[in-house]
Design a protein around this ligand. Structure first.
Ligand code: IMP
Ligand code: MG
Length: 180
């Protein structure tokens, strides 16, 4: 798998260190609030698993899956829920955990959804942020790393459903995309 990667952007150690910092920030801000951490599957799974184990207060976990939204490396524009959460967010605080904020469409949609369902506070934690790609403005509260407009894989992020299990974030060799 490593021979398909052109360059590594964030190593396993970089990510580990940054996730700890994010968890400290989140723990300090929420203190012991009644928080539901909602992970956006599948990409947010790695960050969520590592992040929640570093939080120093008890949280409730839930999961949501939205339409893959990408065909190849370009956005198709629509957001569809494939698997919904099962815990009622009414009157509770929500922290959405996502792999990357790109166009912002997915998160803008989810923020609106949980607010409509009565969550009192909805915030976002993302491993990566690509601000130059934003189409729909969205407030991102906790950001691991900002990256330029480059398609990346690893630590949850996929290309064609693969490479999510890389322990680092990297860029694929151009020939890997060309094969599709
Ligand atoms: P949005 O465009 O902000 O709605 O992002 C939607 C989804 O696009 C993210 O959750 C990722 O699954 C995917 N995505 C965006 N940029 C990348 C990338 O560089 N690599 C892999 N997936 C990406
Ligand atoms: Mg995703």
């Amino acid at each position: 798998m490593n021979d398909q990667i052109e360059k590594i952007i964030f190593t396993k150690e970089d990510i580990k260190k940054r996730v700890k910092e994010l968890a400290a920030e989140i723990s300090a801000e929420y203190k012991s609030d009644d928080l539901i951490v909602i992970t956006v599957l599948k990409g947010g799974a790695m960050l969520s698993a590592d992040l929640v184990r570093e939080l120093d207060f008890p949280v409730t976990l839930d999961f949501i899956s939205v339409s893959s939204y990408y065909s190849g490396t370009t956005s198709t524009g629509s957001v569809q829920i494939k698997k919904d959460t099962d815990i009622n967010v009414k009157g509770r605080k929500v922290l959405i955990v996502e792999d990357i904020v790109d166009s912002g469409n997915t998160l803008a949609h989810l923020i609106k959804l949980f607010a409509l369902r009565g969550a009192t506070d909805v915030r976002i934690c993302t491993l990566l942020n690509k601000p130059s790609r934003r189409v729909t403005p969205v407030d991102v509260n906790y950001i691991g790393f900002e990256i330029p407009d480059e398609f990346v894989v690893g630590y949850g992020l996929d290309y064609d459903q693969k490479y999510r299990n890389l322990p680092y974030i990297g860029v694929l060799k151009p020939e890997v995309y060309a094969e599709k």
